[in-house]
Design a protein around this ligand. Structure first.
Ligand code: SF4
Ligand code: SF4
Length: 421
């Protein structure tokens, strides 16, 4: 029987055979990793459903939004101001890829020793497996790490729709000035793309939507401080991954409903792991969907992950935008400041990150820190040195990619680490 979404996939030019294979692998992985967990909150049913419809219902929604004239914007980084996309009634979708797909095709364009995230997004596009990329009217890149910067040039040759925001390397007055001007330039780009002006009301509406989403994620993060943890790291990671592509209003509502349930769990002392189970903070490179490898290993070994100091995690929602402004210019300038406070390892120096990691370990009562870098992710691999020196907790440094080849080896290292905690 033809899948109900097949007509859309065909129209978007996906490779239907490979795509069916991908959905099969994703579904098996989800059943083995997610559905095998015990004592999950009921509120996770919604997120299970969203994952099952990642290339189905959500694609149909975005397709219909595009048909109705709304601009579809794809992004790879938490520096891209989603508020400005929403201010002109656009749809913003995170395009980072967390699976090893299309590597052979990708390696025809980029070196083998490129981080898995870059290889992943190139591979998904080149193998005809990403309906989101096909639906976008604009793909926003940024000058963060060198790998991404150069990959966007090639991605633009392939897709013809990449727009790059220049992100400074340092956060002094000149860097701030440059970044602010880039956010104003992005406003012009969004106005040209949508044919709509960014107004005070539109910007406030966009900010309110994104702030509400971030507040729901902050609430989820705060609830993970309880012992026993009311939700697994795997489930919390999934909610964070879904925040990048779900409808923001519905996502916020469902995350708050999940948090209501978790609050009840905390009150009654119910949790996913036994009270006193070892608690870990994961810090480092982003874990895009469906990258669940490290969480599956750690939680499969009896510990619980209580926080992600990463872009798919705390770095995405730590700060809110100030909704109090009288003019569009004032609002954008304030918002630009909010974005520049993000502590990505692409900046030098980046000491705020060290303070933020230590604040998280304290707030979440983490027994240890696992520093996670994707192989060839120079910024995070390098910064691990300073992180290790600054955390006052047992520390384990991991470099890996999306393949399952090192699964057993990583599990042995994680188990040995848990022994010493
Ligand atoms: S790690 Fe840095 S470059 Fe990557 S998404 Fe986060 S902020 Fe952007
Ligand atoms: S994971 Fe590291 S190397 Fe890869 S895109 Fe992000 S910052 Fe760049």
């Amino acid at each position: 029987m033809e899948n109900q979404y097949e007509a859309i996939w065909k129209e978007l030019g996906l490779n239907l055979e490979n795509h069916a294979g991908l959905l099969g692998v994703l579904s098996d992985a989800y059943i083995n990793i997610y559905m095998a967990q015990k004592n999950r909150p009921k509120g996770m049913e919604y997120f299970d459903f969203v994952v099952s419809e990642v290339h189905g219902l959500r694609i149909k929604e975005v397709y219909e939004a595009k048909e109705s004239g709304r601009p579809i914007v794809g992004a790879f980084c938490v520096y891209v101001p989603e508020e400005l996309v929403l201010a002109v009634d656009g749809v913003c979708i995170g395009l980072c890829a967390g699976a090893e797909v299309g590597s052979e095709e990708a390696e025809k364009f980029i070196p083998r020793n490129t981080c898995a995230l870059i290889k992943g997004f190139m591979g998904f596009k080149l193998a005809g497996l990403c309906p989101y990329v096909e639906l976008t009217d604009l793909i926003v890149g940024e000058t963060t790490c060198d790998g991404k910067k150069k990959a966007y040039e090639i991605f633009n040759e392939i897709t013809k729709k990449v727009y790059v925001m220049e992100i400074p390397n340092m956060k002094g007055p000149k860097g701030r000035e440059l970044w602010e001007s880039e956010v104003f330039r992005f406003r012009e780009k969004m106005e040209a793309l949508s044919g709509k002006k960014v107004t005070v009301e539109g910007l406030q509406k966009g900010m309110a939507l994104v702030n509400a989403k971030r507040k729901a994620l902050q609430r989820l993060s705060a609830l993970r401080a309880a012992d026993p943890a009311p939700i697994s790291g795997l489930d919390a990671l999934l909610v964070n991954q879904i925040s990048f592509y779900d409808d923001p209003v519905r996502f916020t509502q469902m995350t708050n409903a999940l948090c209501d349930e978790l609050e009840e769990r905390v009150k009654s002392g119910a949790g996913v792991a036994a009270k006193g189970a070892k608690r870990l903070l994961v810090s480092g490179s982003p874990m895009a969907i469906p990258n669940w490898k490290l969480h599956a290993i750690v939680e499969g070994s009896g510990a619980v992950i209580v926080g992600e100091e990463a872009c798919i995690g705390e770095r995405n929602f730590r700060d809110l935008s100030d909704e109090n402004f009288a003019t569009v210019e004032e609002g954008i300038a304030k918002m630009a400041g909010r974005y520049l406070s993000i502590d990505c390892a692409c900046f030098t120096p980046n000491d705020e990150r060290l303070g933020n990691i230590n604040a998280m370990t304290g707030r979440l009562s983490a027994d240890g820190v696992i520093h996670y870098s994707l192989q060839f992710c120079t910024p995070y691999m390098m910064e691990a040195f300073k992180v290790e020196k600054s955390v006052n907790r047992p520390f384990l440094k991991i470099e890996t990619d999306y393949s399952m080849e090192d699964f057993g080896q990583l599990r042995t290292r994680v188990e040995a680490f848990l022994e010493i905690l």
